[in-house]
Design a protein around this ligand. Structure first.
Ligand code: FAS
Ligand code: PHB
Length: 398
């Protein structure tokens, strides 16, 4: 039976970043990914990185293209009642965010792992975890028609919301918390210049809309849509027309339409599982939590989990101590719940939940108050740029 120190299930951002950081600290690991490399590198998802995530990618030696190509945004805009209001992140927090697609983060990580000769196995089927309560669990999988078994010290479940890691744990051993939203996001990617130099989140009576970007020549837009919507009912022309209707007139006038290069519908949910550790199995990223994307937290939360697990594994292998491993769940959950709250709140004030006139007036009152209060704006801004990471290992938690 093959052996490694850490078996990582999933080669998304969580799995690749953990693998890279462990490797840089001499900790042997194997990554088992269900899909092909092309499929993983082709996924279009997040677009905004917190500074903490940027710093971690630099620490992982994959920050060079990111620092060269990212767009640093000192602010973003809220649009409502046919006007836009700029949230000045820099003035309110001293911070900023980086616009750099998750697709590019994944490509940078993948390139680094392949260059390092990492043990990355794609199209690994039927992955299962045996005995994660034991000191040396085993991970079974198939590849090209043969079955393999990998013995390890630890398993990192980086396999996303639909993965098998969380599902390997008896339901009685965990508590889950979930809110499924009554709408999804219809997203489009197009090689057209963005309508604005910063992101715009638009609250509109027809539904939420969002203007984002991947560069100054590639735009990413979203429309809130019903859960029963089908992509085939949304030809490009309909998407652009509806987007214009949901934006303030000046932004709509600046919108440049063009052929979509990607279009997809994503459901929205808030989800957390507690705890995140089960014996030698540790859940990381979307395997442990999901946030509605309005707060731009999903990918950043995953990176924060990776940071804490990587620190804990380095402590274990360097000193034999397991204090940080024992605190992994508690340390992750503090940040997870803060991000869940912010993402839920930001979704609640920007999206259309019903035709209820009172509810819509409450949203507008909240937006009016928010954009008129430095205290409220500071709270929004500090959550958006990313709350500070917990202190270095060993510091007492606040
Ligand atoms: P991922 O889901 O990215 O990766 C999990 C990996 O595990 C995948 O490669 C999968 O193929 C693999 N896997 C699954 N089951 C397996 C098995 N049984 N065996 C082996 N491998 C297995 N976040 C934002 O901040 N902004 C956004 O706009 C945004 N948009 C999103 C849109 C969609 C459609 C989705 C699904 C998510 C979006 N997110 C967004 C959140 C997203 O960015 C995640 O937070 C991020 O991908 C988390 O990374 P991972 O934890 O690595 O999980
Ligand atoms: C994106 O560019 O895909 C994006 C950016 C910020 C969000 C959500 C999505 O809050």
């Amino acid at each position: 039976m093959a052996r490694t120190q850490v078996a990582i299930i999933g080669a998304g951002p969580s799995g690749l970043l953990l693998s890279q950081l462990l490797d840089l600290h001499g900790i042997d690991n194997v990554v088992l990914e269900r899909q092909s490399r092309d499929y993983v590198e082709g996924r279009i998802r997040a677009g905004v990185l917190e500074q903490g995530t940027v710093d971690l990618l630099i620490e992982a030696n994959v920050g060079e293209r990111l620092l060269r190509e990212r767009l640093v945004h000192d602010g973003f805009a809220l649009a409502f009642a046919d006007r836009t209001f700029r949230i000045d992140l820099k003035a309110l927090t001293g911070g900023a965010v980086s616009v750099y697609g998750q697709t590019e983060v994944t490509k940078d990580l993948m390139e680094a792992r392949v260059a390092a000769g990492a043990k990355l196995l794609f199209e690994a089927g039927d992955v299962s975890i045996e005995g994660f309560e034991r000191d040396h669990p085993a991970v079974r999988y198939t590849h090209e028609g043969r079955t393999y078994e990998l013995s390890c010290d630890f398993v990192a479940g980086c396999d996303g919301y639909h993965g098998i890691a969380r599902r390997s744990v008896p339901a009685a051993a965990m508590q889950t918390y979930e809110r499924v939203y009554p709408f999804g996001w219809l997203g489009i990617l197009a090689d057209v210049p963005p309508a604005s130099h910063e992101l715009i989140y638009s609250n509109h009576a027809r539904g939420f809309a969002m203007c984002s970007m991947r560069s100054l020549t590639r735009s990413r837009y979203y429309l809130q849509c019903g859960l029963d919507e089908k992509l085939e009912a949304w030809p490009d022309a309909r998407f652009w027309d509806e987007l214009r209707l949901r934006l303030p007139a000046d932004v709509a006038a600046a919108l440049v339409a063009g052929p979509s290069i990607e279009k997809s519908i994503a459901p929205l949910r808030s989800f957390v599982v507690e705890p995140l550790r089960f014996g030698q199995l540790f859940l990381v990223g979307d395997a442990a939590h999901i946030v509605p994307p309005a707060g731009a937290k999903g990918l950043n939360l995953a990176a924060a989990d990776v940071r804490l697990l990587f620190q804990a594994l380095v402590e274990r292998y360097r000193t034999g101590r397991t204090a940080l491993l024992d605190r992994y769940s508690e340390r992750c959950l503090r940040r997870i719940w803060m991000a869940e709250r912010f993402s839920w709140w930001f979704t609640s004030i920007t999206h259309k939940f019903s035709d209820d006139a009172f509810a819509q007036r409450m949203q507008l009152a909240e937006l009016e108050y928010l954009t008129g209060s430095t205290a409220a704006l500071t709270s929004l801004a500090e959550n958006y740029v990313g709350l500070p990471f917990e202190g270095p290992p060993g510091m007492s938690s606040s």
